[in-house]
Design a protein around this ligand. Structure first.
Ligand code: FES
Length: 165
């Protein structure tokens, strides 16, 4: 009888020690495991409204340059990409803005506005685009891309809707 009682106490201590040890291990180990695997479940924002400038600073007939950087988080990998463009104002109506992507449609060099040439010039292969982004000269197969959606905030800031391709 006393043997079985002693055995039972030993078992109790073993079980209790096992449970307490397991709980301490879980308390220490789980946060570390979550910390390590958490990035795998995160994905960088693929869509966002990006502020590009004040509408009042955009002059009619003078393309307004802007640029921004997006950071993509994919698991443990972070990739920064730069984007840019020109807002072409035609009237006092913010809805009438034409917002061009400054990436050349030939081989993706960045075009620059030239007031002298009254055109966007691509430095890589001398392409020319009109203020509306149409190809005037050179190898690009199509007009400059357009940021399709934009809005104006209460503070008069123009924002474009950016969607990762
Ligand atoms: S990359 Fe622009 S013309 Fe070739």
């Amino acid at each position: 009888m006393s043997d079985s009682h002693e055995l039972s106490r030993r078992d109790f201590i073993k079980v209790t020690t096992g449970i307490v040890g397991g709980l301490i291990g879980a308390m220490i180990g789980l946060p570390s495991v979550f910390y390590l695997i958490d990035p795998a479940f995160k994905e960088g924002g693929k869509e966002a409204w990006i502020p590009i400038g004040k509408f009042e600073d955009m002059q009619v007939g003078m393309p307004y340059p802007f640029s921004f950087t997006r950071v993509q988080v994919n698991g443990w990998e972070r990739t920064a990409s730069s984007f840019g463009g020109y807002a072409v104002r035609k009237s006092d109506d913010p809805d009438g803005l034409l917002i061009l992507n400054s990436r050349c449609t030939h081989l993706a060099c960045t075009v620059n506005w030239s007031a002298d040439a009254n055109a966007f010039i691509c430095p890589c292969h001398d392409a020319k685009f009109s203020m509306e982004g149409e190809v005037l000269d050179g190898p690009p197969p199509r007009a400059l891309d357009i940021y399709e959606e934009h809005r104006i905030t209460e503070d008069g800031i123009i924002e474009i809707f950016f969607k990762e391709a």
